[in-house]
Design a protein around this ligand. Structure first.
Ligand code: PLP
Length: 417
């Protein structure tokens, strides 16, 4: 029999948010177990409804959304994206510099495929949203991780970032607000990164999908508003702010010094044409969504569901002996630190598997976000209060007795990794 293996291009690609432990959770569910799944930031699975204006607009346009659109997207949506971007100070020249995609995910892949030759480097934060690292590696490049500093509100460590720029570096990825840490970068930090990018002629890729999910009156600064001297690729979309991840609506805006990358831009246009167009019905959601932002502010403001859930999760996690956690200023996640000595943890995947098996709570280990040590995990605070409290109680109970070396499950439970 001829055996087919996955391509070697996938050898350095890791995506644990839907990885082997998730497969194990699926197996447990098939065996009748009920699991609280906090592995993915998918608002729809936690009772968040589609804003009605979006639904109505899509229904209204469905009958004319059956053909391919322009490969960059329909004009009205791109005009709205230009307007939104300019309001945030992003100097986008016009609709030709806007590309609509099937979520930010598709655009990340296109952006990296179009740029990288084998061995080219891109600076990616650690921890990161792991699709960025995966996309760089799959495109033949090397993701070089710069550290974000937990002791400094998870802001990027600029000295580390600077040290990691090499003659092969082509770009810097900034994820702000950040998944998984919930950090919201101050203007001075962003400005210093932009200055480094300008000085080293690097393209800045800035993933701003959480820019409207802010707590405590925080302000989001669009990175591309800070300079015109290098080129910026700003990513954004509706999956989180409008809780419509399944509709797949995202966009990428090019701004700044386009002259340094005219050929790359041709490549981006070529790649977006090759996939014909982004899902057409959801393109019709974009203008109306950008005109109707209030529903997310209601969720994140005082008394709002997301804000209350963030506070509850943060307080409870910090009260568990051996766990400490920076308060998220934005997004949907916490990235708590675990005292590895206290719990004997040397393998964070094992830790997350043990939690799943014992307490039926599914999380993702920190190394799944390219964090180099086994001492963190990501906690999604999307579930409504009762389920959230239940998950946190289970976590507390688990941590009260857990010690990795003595874990009952270490030897008698197998998971395909
Ligand atoms: N970027 C970040 C930082 C994310 O957290 C996510 C999803 O969780 C995405 C991009 C993917 O978004 P989309 O649904 O638009 O593909």
């Amino acid at each position: 029999m001829k055996i087919y293996k996955k391509s070697t291009k996938l050898d350095h690609v890791c995506y644990d948010i839907r990885g082997p432990i998730v497969e194990e959770a699926k197996r447990m569910e098939e065996a009748g177990e009920s699991i609280i799944k906090l592995n993915s930031g998918n608002p729809a699975t936690f009772g968040f409804e589609v804003p009605d204006v979006i639904l109505q607009e899509m229904i209204k346009n469905l009958s004319r959304a059956h053909g391919y659109t322009d490969s960059k997207g329909i004009m009205s949506a791109r005009e709205s994206i230009c307007k939104y971007s300019r309001e945030k100070g992003i100097p986008v020249a016009g609709v030709d510099d806007v590309y609509i995609g099937n979520g930010v995910s598709e655009l990340i892949m296109i952006a990296m495929q179009g740029l990288l030759d084998n061995g080219d480097e891109v600076l990616v934060p650690a921890p990161d949203y792991p699709l960025w690292t995966a996309a760089v590696n799959l495109a033949g490049g090397t993701a070089v991780h710069y550290r974000c500093d937990e002791l400094s509100d998870w802001n990027p460590d600029l000295q580390d970032l600077k040290k990691k720029i090499s003659p092969r570096t082509k770009g810097i990825v900034i994820i702000n607000p950040n998944n998984p840490t919930g950090a919201l970068y101050p203007r001075e930090v962003l400005q210093q990164i932009v200055d480094l990018a300008v000085a080293n002629h690097l393209i800045v890729f800035t993933d701003e999908i959480y820019d409207r999910i802010l707590y405590d009156g925080g302000e989001h600064i669009a990175t591309a508003s800070l300079s015109g001297e290098t080129m910026f690729v700003t990513m954004n979309g509706l999956s989180k702010s409008h809780r419509i991840a399944g509709y797949r609506a995202g966009w990428m805006v090019i701004s700044g010094n386009k002259a340094m990358a005219t050929d790359y831009l041709k490549g981006l246009t070529m790649l977006s044409s090759m996939r014909m167009c982004s899902n057409a019905p959801s393109q019709y959601a974009i203008s109306v969504a950008l005109e109707n932002q209030q529903s997310i502010f209601d969720l994140t403001g005082p008394g709002g569901r997301l804000r209350e859930q963030r506070d509850c999760a943060w307080e409870k996690l910090n009260s568990i002996p051996g766990i400490s956690c920076v308060k998220p200023k934005a997004a949907l996640y916490l990235f708590p630190k675990v005292d590895t000595k206290r719990f004997g943890i040397i393998d964070d995947q094992r830790f997350i598997l043990d939690l799943l098996v014992r307490e039926k709570v599914l999380l993702v280990q920190g190394t799944g976000f390219n964090w180099p040590e086994p001492d963190h995990f990501r906690f999604v605070f999307l579930p409504e209060m009762a389920q959230l409290k239940e998950a946190l109680d289970r976590m507390e109970r688990f941590m009260g007795t857990y010690h990795q070396k003595k874990s009952e499950n270490m030897n008698n439970h197998e998971v395909a990794v």
